[in-house]
Ligand binder design. Sequence first.
Ligand code: ADP
Ligand code: MG
Length: 242
Amino acid sequence: MTRPIIEMKNVVKSFGLFKALHGVDLQVKEGEIVVVIGPSGSGKSTLIRCINQLEEHNGGEIIVDGAEVGHGRKSTVLTEVGMVFQSFNLFPHMTVLRNVALGPVRVRGLSWAAAEDRAKRLLARVGLADQAMKYPAQLSGGQQQRVGIARALAMEPKVLLFDEPTSALDPEMVGEVLDVMQQLAKTGVTMVVVTHEMGFARKVADRVVFMDGGRIVEQGPPDEIFNAPSDLRLRSFLQAVL
Ligand code: ADP
Ligand code: MG
């Protein structure tokens, strides 16, 4: 039995009086690929933002790689968690190479030379070896998002979180990003992916988690979720998106 690398127990997140997470329990095992689906506003982003403490939860426990996070703790374990955003979030004034090398220099104490070596390898891995000296604005959306993935990988994270990584892309660029993610999924890194790409969920997920109204309503292997959904809300969600 592999141990859970992420453990959420009864996690509550409120924004003022509004509860975005109503006591969520979720365990993610090392190497597992979990895809989170659900309607807009169901708490998917809040869930993964709580894992890396971009949002601080108000109740319950979140344990990442054995260390509790949140409630004022500044846990170094969070440097083990990488995030890929819908809107790429690259630094516009830095080359692609510097964007990828920056984290390891700042957080891991690598020299620029060592970090740029690593960045070059990762850019090659996402098919962008020849784009290293360009600035983000000179790349297509799909290329920028692949830089975003290389940047997350540069920190050698144990867990990678993706929040709708293809939602801001033109349709013809979605495939190239999903391909990179599918390759990554084979490398043993743990991934939690929020996406509306049901084909990706079906093909790549070990487990699909369906959220509605700040709760996990149903979860299971993709086969079960897509072919034999039991919850009514899941059924109508799937009818709307498939
Ligand atoms: P999803 O990612 O599933 O679309 P979110 O996690 O972004 O949903 O949001 C869940 C709910 O929490 C929504 O109703 C949203 O309006 C609310 N919410 C999210 N972030 C904030 C915030 N910073 N302040 C107030 N409400 C928020
Ligand atoms: Mg969201």
